[in-house]
Design a protein around this ligand. Structure first.
Ligand SMILES: [Mg+2]
Length: 398
């Protein structure tokens, strides 16, 4: 039996989620309908745009152009700072809802996931009818729109959800691959990064269909394993399983984010590590547990993924501690190439911090710091949002 896979992808996630937050706070406009952007630091002239509204994209404002260039295109551009805590809350709400419907949900990034629908056909009926219902239900519950792609594997589902946005359902079954995909430019093929596309064009391969019928050995000679992968993808071949434990498994706590464009600015990447460290620390301390291994994940713009991990003698659970170690690990791993996805995870969790092995000074320091962090968490929890933060002595990006 052919598998049926759904790919659910939030439309302009950061922008949609910020729009919801602003509306909740009483802002009169829905920034999804305005020329608006989410930008790293609006005070900086050259701030990085991480998301743009559809009206903004229509006039050419989209990553990777910076804020300065964007403002030249529209004087009244609405600029909103990102709120990653709010985004991760919205992301969790959606994933929780989907996990209540399906046994296997693979979160692929903060705003997208795969679901194996094959066994659920009996329960929920035809996948296309269901996808329309699901899309509308998500909007009703959470007030943001999604695209749902339906295919016979993860690759085709993901490509289908990318077709036309927003608020759409598309199918890309294997028998539709030729008709729907082969006429497209190779840059639309999943995993075909800039460098691979350049090489393929040099080989006079411009369309996905041309890649699908190219000589495999020639592709392997020129693009190595990436050549084989892209050849298979162009032919709709992808046998990878839904991996429901890859994003956040029982053994560890982690976060990752697919970046809106290829990032090679260390300071920008540090910001993500900082937010991840804070969220990981919060979860560890809520459960009163410690982690002794830290894993950093980097996916480059060629979609190659590197993991690098480090074990520590003493358990860690404090945000600053995790952040400092994450930076160290990042610097050991990163070879300065543009980054598409960054992730941070802790594992080997236990309820003891093994501080008996450590020198006494460090113990008292950490116990004090932990007390302070727990108090901050309590206050923030009582108010339902983050009103207190640690001083920024370690949040700057040195
Ligand atoms: Mg999305």
């Amino acid at each position: 039996m052919k598998r049926i896979i759904l790919h659910i992808d939030v439309n302009s996630a950061f922008l949609s989620w910020s729009a919801i937050k602003l509306l909740e706070e009483g802002y009169s406009k829905d920034i999804r309908d305005e020329i608006s952007v989410i930008a790293g630091d609006p005070k900086k002239r050259h701030g990085v745009i991480v998301a743009a509204s559809i009206p903004a994209k229509k006039i050419g404002i989209k990553p990777p152009i910076n804020l300065f260039e964007a403002k030249k295109k529209c004087k009244n551009l609405i600029v909103v700072s990102p709120d990653y805590n709010f985004y991760s809350k919205k992301s969790k709400e959606l994933m929780c809802f989907l996990k209540s419907l399906f046994s296997d949900v693979e979160q692929y990034s903060v705003d997208e996931c795969f679901v194996d629908y094959t066994g659920f056909r009996k329960l929920y009926g035809n996948e296309v009818d269901f996808a329309y219902k699901l899309k509308d239900e998500i909007y009703k519950r959470f007030k943001f729109t999604v695209n749902i792609g339906i295919g016979n594997n993860k690759l085709s589902a993901k490509m289908a959800s990318d077709f036309e946005k927003p608020n759409k359902v598309h199918t890309l079954y294997l028998n539709e691959f030729k008709e729907k995909v082969w006429g497209m430019d190779i840059s639309n093929l999943f995993m075909a990064g800039k460098a691979s596309c350049k090489k393929l064009r040099e080989l006079n391969i411009n369309k996905i269909g041309e890649l699908a019928s190219a000589d495999l050995n020639m592709l392997i000679r020129n693009l190595k394993s990436q050549g084989k992968l892209l050849y298979e993808y162009a032919n709709g071949i992808d046998n990878s399983e839904i991996n429901s434990s890859s994003y956040e498994d029982k053994k560890g706590i982690g976060f990752s984010r697919t970046l809106e464009y290829d990032m090679d600015d260390k300071d920008e990447i540090y910001k993500y590590l900082y937010y991840f460290s804070k969220d990981i620390s919060k979860e560890l301390r809520e459960k009163n547990i410690y982690a002794s291994t830290l894993v950093i994940t980097i996916r480059n713009n060629e979609f190659k993924t590197y993991n690098h991990q480090q074990k520590y003698l003493n358990g860690i659970n404090l945000a600053n501690d995790i952040y400092e170690k994450a930076k160290e690990l990042f610097n050991q791993t990163w070879n300065k190439e543009p980054i598409r996805l960054i992730g941070l995870r802790v594992s080997e969790l236990s309820d003891s911090n093994h501080f008996q092995l450590s020198i006494f000074d460090e113990i008292t320091d950490n116990v004090e710091e932990e007390k302070i962090q727990n108090i901050i968490d309590k206050i923030n929890n009582n108010y339902g949002k983050e009103i207190i933060n640690r001083g920024n002595k370690k949040t700057n990006n040195n």
